[in-house]
Design a protein around this ligand. Sequence first.
Ligand SMILES: [Cu+2]
Length: 704
Amino acid sequence: MIDDSLISERIKRFACTRKPGLSCPTATRHAQLVVCLVLLGFGQMVFAQAGMAPKDTLGSQVAWEYQLDEVLISSQSEDPFNTNARFYKADPLSSGDEVMENLVGVWAIKRGSYAYEPMMRGLSGGQINVSIDEMRILGACTDKMDPVTAYVEPNNLASLNISHGAGGYTAGSTVGGAYDMQIKKPVINEADPWHSAVGYRYLSASNGLEALFNTAYGMDKLAFRAGATYRKASDYRAGGGEEIDFSAYNKVNYSTSISYLPGKNDLLNFSAIGDYAWQVGYPALPMDVGNADAKIFGLSYDKWLHHGKMDQLTAKVYYNRISHRMDDSRREVALRMDMPGHTYTYGGFAKGLYTWNKRVSGQMKIDGHATFAHAEMTMHFEDAKPMFMLTWPDVHRKVLGFQNQTTYRAGDGFTLNAGFRMEKNAIAIQSELGERQLSVFAFGEANRGELLFNANAGVEKELASNLNSGVLVSFGQRMPTEGEQYGFYLFNAYDGYDYIGRPDLRSEQSLQAELFSQYRGEVIRLKVTGYYYHFHRYIMGVANAELSPMTIGANGVKVYKNMDEARLAGVEAQFELKIHKFKLLNQLKFTYGELKDGTPLPLMPPLKNMMELHYQTNSQWLFNLGMEAAAWQNRINRAFGEQKTPGYAIANLMLGKAFSVDRLAAKVSLSVENIFDNRYHEHLDWGGIPRPGRNISLGFLLDF
Ligand SMILES: [Cu+2]
């Protein structure tokens, strides 16, 4: 919705912020400073440099970086399809959850209208690593009400680095990949040093309002940015008119970032994020959230080198603390429970980008972090003393890892890529009560840490000038989560079972193959990816009839177990057609998962297709028509309490207009989602809670 002149004007403003760590010390020095920035390899993201031109990009063939700033999306993205972040593009006030649902190979698990849990190709929870600026964070809710994605708002989000599969170990060993949110950093030494924005959006279905502001100031050696977002929603209205109880929420998110240039090739940055949510309803769960609080701090140092084989060195230390308090006071429950939890994580890493010679480049990283998790439950009986237990028994986990990714440009259009990660983790329970609780079950010798290994290798061939194809294989392991290993009677509202962790659980491991082909023409762009993941020791809860549940009315007790084998396969296809001022975007995703015996894996997303038609005029009008459709899901896991879900289709419409007067830029958008007010839900929506019905939203953003 912004024309070219505006783009060039703004590139300067945003270019440096787009890649933290690649910030350009001065606007004029882009060209010499940046040179490089190299690729990380298959299953990883590739950096373009902080200046303007996109780099050649092997990694982006398999992973995607989403530049969430609308200007960057249109001007310098490497991924031809990152227009998938379209909702944001259309409406800067969109929530992170709305952005998430539109990413390739990413789904959202919903327990209400707040804080969706990301799922990547059928994998979620401990199977993927969700991080902020590569900082590890552990949500403090035993029921996954507070995924890490909830702590960042598009207002302070610069880009998303999504890497699928076991090669995506950016932030730690994994089987499912990385979802890393890079936050916005201030720009040093701008011609026009002061920038601010305010925005507002109203949503009719939830009578919700969203307001944001940010301001940034850049001087010679020092730059500063601060912003805040406030969101408030009442219980929303589903298609057909039903009001969904307990779906209201309130939250405020605030962040600040300060950059300082001690020398001309050095950059020091301190960033802090705070997120506070209160009175958050979860219609699919028996409890709500009283309050949830996150405080996240990171201090990083970048050095650019002009000699030798190293291009850039980065060192970072971080700390974060999350607390979470559930609340059942508004519900009719047989038994009142208090369930607070808190976690903290501290860690650091050092990484270096290197260019060995014209053909060989890569990245090395050494990282470590420690996480502490405490969650408790107090049950208040009417006629007896309260009962207290630790649901996460002060689990302390330490992780140390080393990784390297190397790319070799072999010539003849061949690019080879290989990498590995080794990670040692150690786990201790620091609570005697916790030890005693779990000793009741005699699960055998606890697994107090393992050496984990990830490795990946790939080859890509430029078949024609606009056509390339590649294959990659990878192997990965991930440690069990705190809950899977030490959880104590954690009630799962989906299947109605109390879950108990197994201290002797082993790592889950997966062998994976992926194949893609991509065509990037002027008019048509197409990319098709197919993948197959084979799991050993797949971790899943299995009913244990010998144990009786703690939760009143629960169906029984499940204990986590390493299953024999499991497999996942899927397809992602993206298509883009550009004719004159029209742009058609289509994205299709599908995942199929089963256990060795053919039983479907629980919570497998259905086939889903999203289509968008954009039309943009010279006078900065934008028109956008969207169609979202999902097929039925009949392959269900009955032991997990799943039910079949019918398919659905909805249509959305958006109209936007941008104005600019001098250095004032304004955007107004009006959108209607779910135009026909369909009542529907997706298979991943817990409890089959219907999604919002027709929603009219009006957004306004002023940039000055
Ligand atoms: Cu919770």
